[in-house]
Write a protein that binds this ligand. Structure first.
Ligand SMILES: [Zn+2]
Length: 247
């Protein structure tokens, strides 16, 4: 294949835009914000689960406390009714009176037990309530951090996408100027060689594979006409001779 030296040099410009685009794609895929978002998502899920867990505990305590309150109310009502009947003097038999007095005492003792238990639960409730507040604060902080990181990631995406769009415009311009056959060969080699299809020869070293050319390969290169498209015999990439080739 033949191409003027100017065209061959422009192939290096095309390679440069493709290298830039590959670097941008790599940067986009490996933004620190992405790893941070993975970490924050896990932490946010864990914090939400913790909030749900302590909230359930609080609900259970509240139910328990309400049940105790209802029980206290009913004991109190029963004791009051007994007391009223005794006060009214309508209880005639001594046996019944004694049994009622006994019941009032039993009820009073039961009420004290229930109230002690309720007090204990209220104290527990206070501690669990504090746990709910702490867990909710933690969840809020993580949710805010997650939102800020999403913003940071999206800002980076916008910058990278703008740079990529600019590189693509330049690439399209270069492709339009270059012979289709040369571009096709370049594309084929680029796909096969880790994104680099054309490399400059600098100081007798292929910039694609970094190997220095010696002997016959060097002699062939020296004798090749300027307009001949040549290839690195080590990596197979299009080798573009420049003023710094050291030939
Ligand atoms: Zn090479």
């Amino acid at each position: 294949m033949k191409a003027t030296q100017d065209v061959q040099l422009r192939l290096l410009d095309l390679q440069a835009t493709d290298t830039t685009r590959a670097q941008l794609a790599h940067r986009r895929a490996t933004l620190p914000a992405l790893a941070e978002l993975d970490r924050l998502s896990i932490q946010t899920d864990e914090a939400a689960a913790a909030v749900a867990q302590v909230s359930t505990k609080l609900d259970e305590l509240d139910q328990h406390i309400r049940a105790l309150e209802r029980e206290v109310d009913s004991v109190r009502t029963r004791a009051r009714r007994d007391q009223e009947r005794m006060d009214a003097g309508t209880v005639s038999s001594a046996k019944e009176l004694s049994s009622m007095q006994h019941e009032v005492q039993t009820l009073a003792s039961k009420q004290r037990d229930l109230e002690d238990r309720e007090l204990e639960l209220m104290e527990q409730r206070e501690a669990v309530d504090a746990e709910v507040s702490a867990a909710s604060r933690q969840l809020d902080q993580l949710t805010r951090a997650h939102a800020l990181t999403v913003e940071r990631r999206d800002t980076s995406y916008v910058e990278i996408d703008a740079d990529d769009a600019a590189a693509l415009v330049l690439r399209d311009q270069l492709v339009a100027q270059l012979p289709a056959e040369l571009v096709a060969k370049y594309e084929q080699l680029r796909v096969r060689n880790a994104g680099v299809g054309a490399a400059a020869l600098r100081a007798r070293r292929c910039q694609g594979c970094q190997l220095e050319l010696f002997g016959t390969a060097l002699a062939q290169l020296r004798s090749a006409p300027e307009e001949e498209v040549v290839y690195c015999e080590e990596c197979g990439r299009i080798l573009v001779r420049t003023a710094q080739s050291g030939l």
